[in-house]
Design a protein around this ligand. Structure first.
Ligand SMILES: O=C(O)CCC(=O)C(=O)O
Length: 315
């Protein structure tokens, strides 16, 4: 299964493209090719969805050139921004125009939409997003996000682009309190009266420039989080002929917080995959990571920004 590895030859074209006002669009196999196996439906991991130049350009636009008031701080100190509008208290998006650096140069939104359509199967759920809002999260090393659902205000299909650094996204499932599933221990964290499993269901290593697509039950009935860490230890335990997992590296790695990832076969990063296969481990220090989550609100206020203003005046 050929996984696209970043092709440096396209970088020069992109640099030329900057001058010429065009961008170099790479071709990908259909979405299904990137499905993460053995987890609930469905997650897709696409390595190098954008080029290094596009990553640098987007970081410049979002971090260096965004007006300070655009940033909001959450309790843990993490910063975020909304592009395309914000949600009203009753879950209706008050829309604003999306900036050029997301719509036309680079034409990221168009590329995500076109790529998702390659996942549509006739007669089945359509993979159409209709992006109206982009949520930007900035994580300094040591910052994370606690387990949460993105909620019913958004369509259960989201795409997240990672910039600047890798991270590990954890996926969690709810426990049925009347039917605990050993060896999981229920977590006291409250999610609207529901308990979540203490041990994440899966871990995904998200590399810079990759796109992660979550949809369906992985969006509607699971949670996701990022542990607040400065460094990640990934371990790999190949399955032996007897069907058991054997650890190449040190058993202490697992006890010491090392995690196995579900998307190793899709990483497209030869250095990491070689390290995991040969030594059973890979360690990476986190740098500042910026994520862009592209989503569609279920309800959007008609009349756009002007409508939002008129409504505010009516109140
Ligand atoms: O940064 C990420 O990859 C995830 C962001 C996220 O889960 C959120 O903002 O709801």
């Amino acid at each position: 299964m050929p996984i696209p590895i970043h092709d440096d030859s396209t970088d020069a074209n992109f640099a030329d493209g900057i001058a010429a006002g065009t961008s170099s669009v790479r071709e990908f196999p259909p979405l299904e090719h990137f499905r993460v196996q053995n987890i609930p439906p469905a997650a897709y991991y696409i390595p190098d969805f954008i080029t290094k130049e596009e990553e640098e350009y987007l970081l410049r636009k979002v971090v260096d050139e965004s007006p300070q008031p655009k940033w909001k701080k959450v309790g843990t100190g993490r910063r975020l921004q909304y592009w395309g509008g914000t949600m009203s208290k009753n879950g209706i998006l008050l829309p604003e125009p999306l900036p050029d650096f997301l719509t036309s140069f680079p034409d990221i939104i168009y590329r995500i939409e076109s790529f998702l359509k390659t996942g549509s199967v006739k007669g089945k759920e359509k993979m159409e997003l209709g992006i109206v809002q982009v949520l930007v999260n900035e994580y300094l090393p040591g910052q994370g996000i606690s387990p949460h659902e993105d909620g019913p205000a958004f369509q259960p299909l989201v795409a997240t682009l990672s910039l600047g650094s890798h991270t590990v996204l954890d996926l969690h499932h709810y426990l049925n309190p009347t039917k605990p599933s050993p060896p999981m221990i229920s977590h006291s964290e409250d999610q609207g009266g529901k308990t979540i499993a203490a041990i994440p269901l899966a871990h995904l290593l998200l590399m810079p420039r990759s796109l992660l697509v979550l949809r369906s039950s992985l969006y509607t009935s699971h949670l996701h989080s990022i542990a607040a860490k400065e460094e990640d230890l990934i371990v790999h335990r190949p399955i032996t002929l007897s069907g058991n997992a054997s650890l190449n590296g040190d058993e202490g790695d697992v006890n010491g917080g090392g995690v196995e990832i579900a998307n190793m076969d899709l990483l497209g990063d030869a250095e990491i995959v070689d390290s995991l296969k040969n030594t059973g481990r890979w360690k990476g220090r986190r740098d500042t990571r910026v994520s862009l989550t592209f989503r569609k609100a279920e309800k959007v206020l008609k009349g756009g920004a002007l409508g939002a203003m008129a409504n505010a005046l009516k109140r």
